[in-house]
Design a protein around this ligand. Structure first.
Ligand SMILES: [Fe+2]
Length: 295
């Protein structure tokens, strides 16, 4: 059961944390990384990666797509929004965060994990991968209309998770008046962070390139109009009217899902306490891959 690989005792996770309390888990066994940094590099270089699957974001500063995408003519049809590898890497070098959306659409191993998680939870699941340069913040404090399980694949990131929405009538996006942080800690490589649906949060990269993959567990099982993405920067001046895909969700909380969630039948036992990681030879390869992304 995949969820137990991430959070340990699954019934305890649902009883103690689901929708109520953020937490960092340190799995006893290192989780399988669904997508490696070299695969992210390959995607950037492939020539097929295209918006909106990628976006470059900086806290409170939208990045013009023209700075990291290019147009192509294919069979006489001009199509734009294709990732330009040099532009992506230049912006990363300048401290901009790279966001890759719906990794499960174009990466088979991630899709396989998503399908297993969807079957276990009976919910729709999407994935978002963030590459954040050291010391930088990609998004301001915001709330997601989904529960989030986040795998820290490389480096570390400092997270602050605040409380849930102050009223029942709330929506995803930027959050204000969030109050004191319920969780104010670093999430390190190999660790898992759980953020309950609607709980405000923000994160800053630490002293190395941070890469994490977020699994967002949607409130609704159906694929209706997607909610306004928490990973969408403010509208650009050149696009005054948001596209339908970025409009308010029709998957509103007015139709609550079955409750409780199906309880998985197996568990990996208690979690191990945090331990300092040794520096194995594989870290050299990770470091080399990290440099490929950052330069
Ligand atoms: Fe988020």
């Amino acid at each position: 059961m995949m969820l137990s690989d991430w959070v340990g005792d699954v019934p305890e996770f649902f009883a103690e944390h689901w929708r109520s309390r953020p937490a960092i888990f340190r799995p006893a066994e290192r989780f399988t990384v669904p997508i490696t940094l070299s695969e992210v590099d390959a995607a950037i270089d492939s020539g097929l990666l295209r918006t909106p699957y990628l976006e470059m974001v900086r806290k409170s500063t939208p990045i013009d797509e023209a700075d990291y995408t290019t147009s192509r003519s294919v069979n006489g049809v001009v199509a734009d929004g294709y990732a330009e590898a040099a532009g992506v890497r230049r912006l990363l070098d300048e401290g901009v965060t790279l966001l890759l959306r719906n990794v499960e659409h174009w990466h088979a191993a991630t899709r396989s994990l998503v399908e297993r998680l969807e079957a276990d939870l009976d919910r729709r699941v999407e994935t978002f991968l963030f590459v954040t340069p050291p010391g930088k913040q990609g998004l301001p404090v915001h709330r997601d209309d989904a529960d989030v399980l986040l795998l820290q694949i490389n480096g570390s990131k400092h997270w602050r998770v605040y409380g849930g929405p102050p009223t029942a009538n709330w929506g995803p996006g930027r959050a204000g008046n969030v109050g004191p942080a319920l969780l104010d800690e670093s999430v390190r490589e190999g660790e898992v962070l759980y953020i309950p649906r609607g709980f405000a949060h923000e994160a800053v990269g630490e002293d190395t390139l941070s890469v994490h993959l977020s699994f967002t567990i949607q409130y609704s099982k159906s694929i209706c109009t997607p909610p306004a993405s928490p990973y969408t920067p403010p509208p650009r001046p050149s696009t005054p009217n948001p596209s339908p895909a970025r409009a308010a969700s029709s998957c509103s909380p007015s139709s609550p899902p079955p409750w409780p969630l199906p309880t998985p039948s197996s568990s990996a036992g208690p979690l191990q306490p945090r331990q300092k990681r040794g520096s194995g030879g594989s870290r050299v390869l990770f470091f080399a891959r990290r440099l490929m992304l950052a330069t």
